[in-house]
Design a protein. Structure first.
Length: 452
């Protein structure tokens, strides 16, 4: 038995014990959520020419979709046990539409892949998307609970980085791709890795500024490494997304946060020098300054494919490019998918604008949470202009968007309830909810969940 497989078994047993102990706890859903986020953050290590790279983690990477489904089933079990915790919680329409997008794609798999593929796809969507859309609602009882969700993401970040360093020690060429040696880590595409690193940079930065002091040194280290990885991917999409998210995090506290940047920059520079001088890896950062257009040809190809069958699309298996979520969805699944994607974008834009509008009327302590959640949503749609992840079944961006969109509405509702009486939540919960619906109902971004 190889060391990676043995380690995976040990980690799985530990996770199983923690999972079982959290069935009735508020944080219980975060154990399978961590699995969902982790398994969606790895992929089959395929090179540019289609060859499979024999990485040390190949046994795990080759079955990541099955592991993702397994984590979803585990999350569904927790949801069934804790369903009463959803009473009084709300899910934004944008998140519900993302679930609808997944099921619509599954239905069209009957057309493109046959009956077996269609039924398996529907089951996959049910056991993964449903738990993801309610995870944040189950956990967020107060604004501080957002840190619990982000800590689970940070655990994945630590594990991901550790696995990358193990691969570097064994054979560093399998974590890069192409003649430019762009970083891919545990994924198979530098663009996808750049998107993931952008989200991790922003979440790590927010945790550095808002989590308890004893974790600061960990977040500084993670922020430095994530930043290097982001630049190493050469992804201008990821870099742009990172700028959007960082701007959102710094919006209300740039004065204090600016003191941390020299420390992060110094550690990042030291790490960069070590990787270049000691390990001997060419990072190829110059691509970040390139003005070469790498998208127009891909968009043209996708539009040509969409015109071949505009009603139901040609199927994802027939497409080689995916550099725009809306066009990619149109080419894959036809006009119905395009309408769903545009509708989701419109509704999410309204939700974002609402948060920006009410931000300054909320208690001060709620604003940093709202800022980062809005920032993550903006990053998601900015990246979707250049990447096709909105219709992907196994993608870390799905996990991030569900946290951001659901957390966005939950934070606003929690803030409104506290505004009426921070010491008596139960007494004023119904009144606060009615006031909230009355004031913001014209946007129509909440859908009340049933109690059972």
């Amino acid at each position: 038995m190889s060391i990676p497989i043995l380690g995976a078994i040990i980690i799985g047993l530990i996770a199983g014990v923690i999972y079982a102990s959290g069935f009735t706890k508020k944080w219980g859903i975060l154990v399978p959520f961590t699995g969902l986020f982790f398994f969606s953050s790895i992929a089959l290590p395929v090179s540019w020419n289609g060859r499979l790279n024999p990485t040390v983690w190949l046994p795990v990477q080759s079955i990541r979709s099955k592991l993702f489904l397994g984590a979803g089933v585990a999350a569904m079990l927790v949801l069934l046990i804790q369903v009463q915790r959803l009473k009084g919680k709300s899910i934004p329409i944008s998140a519900i539409l993302l679930v609808c997008i997944g099921f619509y794609a599954s239905l069209l798999r009957f057309v493109h892949g046959g009956v077996t593929d269609g039924f398996s796809s529907i089951a996959f969507s049910f056991f993964t998307l449903i738990p993801l859309v309610v995870t944040t609602a189950l956990v967020l009882d107060e604004y501080r609970d957002l840190r619990l969700i982000f800590r689970s993401i940070m655990l994945v970040n630590i594990a991901w980085i550790g696995m990358v360093f193990v691969q570097i020690a064994i054979n560093s060429r399998y974590i890069t791709q192409g003649n430019e040696h762009r970083f891919v880590g545990l994924l198979s595409n530098p663009q996808h890795t750049g998107v993931l690193m952008a989200f991790l940079v922003v979440i790590t930065l927010w945790m550095l500024l808002n989590d308890v002091g004893k974790y600061k040194i960990i977040y500084i280290g993670l922020l430095s490494i994530n930043g290097i990885f982001l630049l190493w991917t050469g992804s201008r999409t990821g870099l742009g997304m990172g700028v959007i998210g960082i701007s959102a995090v710094f919006y209300s506290r740039a004065g204090r946060a600016i003191l941390i940047l020299p420390v992060v920059g110094l550690l990042g520079y030291i790490s960069l020098k070590l990787m270049v001088d000691v390990v001997g890896i060419d990072l190829g950062f110059e691509r970040m300054t390139s003005t070469k257009n790498t998208r127009s040809d891909a968009w043209r190809e996708l539009l040509i494919s969409a015109q071949q069958n505009p009603m139901v699309g040609v199927g994802m298996d027939e497409l080689e490019r995916s550099e725009n979520s809306w066009i990619y969805g149109f080419a894959s699944y036809g006009i119905g998918m395009l309408i769903l994607l545009l509708l989701m974008t419109f509704v999410a834009t309204i939700e974002i604008l609402k948060s920006i509008k009410v931000r300054f009327s909320l208690p001060q302590e709620y604003r940093p949470s709202l800022d980062v959640l809005v920032g993550l949503m903006l990053m998601y749609f900015a990246g979707a202009v250049l990447e096709g992840y909105m219709v992907s079944r196994v993608s870390a961006t799905i996990c991030i968007f569900m946290v951001a969109a659901v957390g966005n509405v939950c934070i606003r509702k929690l803030a409104l309830r506290e505004e009426y009486d921070p010491d008596s939540y139960e007494e004023h919960a119904e009144f606060a909810h009615e006031q909230y619906e009355h004031e913001y109902s014209e946007y129509g971004d909440e859908t009340e969940l049933p109690a059972d």
